[in-house]
Design a protein around this ligand. Structure first.
Ligand code: 2RA
Length: 329
């Protein structure tokens, strides 16, 4: 399997390479692509150096699969050119997610939809993936009506510049700003850019992507996305109203039985998910599972996951694995 990783030196691309190795994806060749200034440099994969090339050279190599983590504009311009040479593209940007002809995939939920004709496959937003993975089994059993979510997102979701801003502020060093304000000792209710309706693009992704992934538009999502000074891992406080009542033990059992979910939930022992312990793991961690006493059929949850792994790289590589295992590439 000849695979190209577009954005191979970025925060997600670096983790894609790590997960490709962990998941023993059968690579016959790796073609790393990065920005012009990185062309000619090398990335090390499986103890082997691979020279970074430009986009057109990667296309000319006709890879079987291209995993894009290089922003929406790059995906819109270059993904179709890879498809023209027969490559299947898995894209981490938002460029194709809501495009009706493109599938938005969380493998544990809807990989079965994939066919050989799907040549551009969209990876959902990181905060969406951890939310829908936890809610999917509950929605199937109890039918969601309305979800209210507040996110607490690490600076790694913004990228290297934001991680550097936090490190500089902690060290008391002046440097480039990724955010309009200091992030150290602060919380910014501002992830991505604001739209006319007063919501940010991050909040609108959380409002729109779950319906497509769960193939159900009978529920709604209201989101507030907040950036906090953690180095890695997104956390989410979720309030979900169902059309049917539930038993808490059954809720815990459904979550426990769901592949990719780890339940961490015992107030007696201060057991609950935290980003520092979710770091570099692939599972989505769920805790603080409790009934909302203020209205019927309503549940509160706390959901934590490594946004660079299951939130991006691992989900993309799991799609690659599904395609290979099912002879779809
Ligand atoms: C963020 N989900 O956390 C967005 C993009 N990775 O900033």
């Amino acid at each position: 399997m000849k695979i190209t990783v577009v954005g191979a030196t970025g925060m997600v691309g670096t983790v894609v390479l790590k997960v490709l190795k962990e998941q023993n994806i059968p690579l016959t060749d790796l073609i790393p692509v990065a920005s012009q200034k990185s062309i000619g440099k090398e990335v090390i994969f499986n103890n082997t150096p691979y020279k970074i090339v430009g986009m057109q050279d990667a296309i000319n190599a006709k890879p079987d699969i291209a995993i894009f983590s290089a922003g929406g504009d790059t995906s819109l311009e270059w993904a179709p050119k890879f498809v023209e040479v027969g490559t299947t593209v898995i894209d981490n940007s938002s460029a194709w997610r809501m495009e009706p002809s493109k599938k938005l995939i969380v493998p544990e939920i809807n990989a079965h939809l994939l066919t050989k004709t799907d040549k551009i496959i969209a990876n959902p937003n990181c905060s969406t993936i951890q939310l829908v993975l936890a809610l999917a089994p509950l929605h199937k059993e109890y039918e969601m009506k309305r979800v209210v979510i507040s996110t607490y997102q690490s600076v790694s979701g913004t990228g290297l510049k934001a991680v550097q801003q936090l490190e500089n502020e902690i060290a008391g060093v002046k440097g480039e700003m990724a955010y309009p304000y200091p992030i150290h000792k602060n919380a910014l209710p501002h992830c991505d850019v604001f739209e006319e309706n007063g919501y940010t693009k991050e909040e609108l992704k959380l409002a729109r992507e779950p319906q497509k992934i769960l193939d159900d538009r009978t529920f709604s999502v209201s989101a507030t996305a907040v950036r906090i000074p953690t180095a890695g891992g997104h956390s989410e406080a979720v309030n979900v109203e169902f059309r049917n009542d539930f038993e808490l033990n059954k809720v815990r059992q459904l979550l426990h039985e769901t592949p990719g979910i780890t339940v961490q939930d015992n107030p007696d022992t201060n057991t609950y998910p935290m980003p520092v312990y979710a770091n570099d793991k692939d599972d989505v961690f769920v805790g603080r599972i409790r009934r909302d006493m203020t209205q019927p059929n309503t549940l509160n949850l706390w959901i934590v996951s490594d946004n660079l792994r299951k939130g991006a790289a691992t989900n993309a590589v799991q799609i690659v694995k599904y395609l290979i295992d099912n002879d779809l590439v």
